[in-house]
Design a protein around this ligand. Structure first.
Ligand code: SF4
Length: 340
């Protein structure tokens, strides 16, 4: 029996896997009938330039230098961009609500709206309204050349940071008709983005198998050039604290805080099968007399808990609400005000 090379065993063609979507039973995110190709293998070491030992640190864009200077001087409040896809009017409306309230918006992917404005153009639309952008780049929709072009444009635009993820497969989300690219994975993209002078963030999923090797995997991303780690929902502040203690202080941490303000936003968050929320979190909001007020209060309280963890430099208010984007932006702004 022939054994496929690791890269050919993974539907996302990852070299430095696993992704964050490994099922709790070790199954592949893309094909639940198969086990993740990485889950029982040792952590793949980064073989490119090691930024933790490199003699020359590499130059940064002016915006990246400003981000690095500001991180750690005050808690950063980052919020998922709630705007409708392909709508300049919605982007403008959300920017008007969030400018001055959050430090940056994370403008990334959405399962229900895979077709977005190109990352650098979306960043431009937001930053011309005075809202700082942390751009999410997935490796599903663009090859290496297209990613290099985006990174160059994002450097000209002067974004606060670039969040490098491998991304969901096209078989999930609303465009299964599209061919997946996956020329690069998140770790390789991290190295490219860092070489382009950006502040680079990566994702870590402490609750996804192999749980005992998620910290080691993050350390390889640090060696590739990651500056910041967005910690995915792992069940609240206690497991995030445990993960950070294990992964170490070679990187700045921005944990995700779930924002749920009604039943529809609860449905959206619960559709992500591999995230873990604190026991009873969504139920409390669903059962509340005023779910919006309860959701805002719970998110603000969790943000404060996260910010008290050593190594944490900010929080990412995470969630969304299709069809009520501006109202959701107002909730994000209110949470940000309370956290400050
Ligand atoms: S779970 Fe992710 S990393 Fe593992 S084989 Fe599937 S796509 Fe690849």
């Amino acid at each position: 029996m022939s054994v496929l090379p690791l890269i050919d065993s993974c539907p996302k063609r990852m070299e430095y896997g696993p992704c964050g979507g490994v099922g709790f039973d070790g199954s592949c995110e893309v094909d639940a009938a198969h086990r993740c190709a990485f889950v029982h293998r040792p952590t793949v070491p980064w073989t490119g330039l090691d930024r933790t030992t490199a003699v020359a640190p590499g130059s940064r864009t002016a915006a990246a230098s400003a981000t690095l200077k500001a991180l750690g001087t005050r808690p950063w409040i980052v919020a998922d961009l709630p705007a409708r896809a392909l709508s300049v009017a919605s982007i403008d409306a959300c920017a008007a609500i969030l400018t001055g309230e959050v430090d940056a918006v994370l403008a990334g992917d959405a399962g229900s709206a895979r077709v977005q404005f190109p990352p650098a153009y979306r960043a431009h639309l937001l930053q011309r309204r005075g809202l700082r952008v942390w751009t999410g780049l997935n490796m599903r929709d663009r090859n290496r050349v297209a990613i290099e072009g985006e990174l160059a444009a994002l450097a000209v635009e002067g974004v606060a940071g670039v969040h490098c993820v491998t991304g969901d497969h096209t078989r999930t989300g609303h465009r299964p008709d599209a061919a997946p690219v996956f020329d690069l994975d998140s770790t390789e993209a991290t190295a490219l983005a860092r070489a382009a002078g950006h502040v680079v963030s990566v994702a870590a999923s402490p609750a996804a198998p192999p749980v005992d090797r998620r910290a080691a995997r993050l350390r390889e991303k640090i060696r590739a050039g990651a500056d910041v780690c967005f910690v995915n929902h792992a069940g609240g502040a206690v497991p995030v604290r445990r993960f950070i203690a294990e992964a170490g202080n070679g990187i700045r941490y921005i944990p995700c805080v779930p924002v749920v303000v009604d039943h529809a936003s609860a449905d959206l968050l619960e559709s992500f099968t591999t995230l873990v929320l604190p026991e009873g979190f969504v139920r409390r909001i669903r059962d509340a007399r005023d779910p919006r007020a309860e959701g805002i209060a719970l998110a603000a309280a969790m943000a404060q808990e996260m910010l008290a963890i050593p190594g944490v430099v900010g929080v990412n208010l995470s969630g969304g609400r299709e069809g009520a984007e501006e109202s959701f932006a107002e909730a994000l702004a209110e949470i940000a005000q309370r956290v400050r």
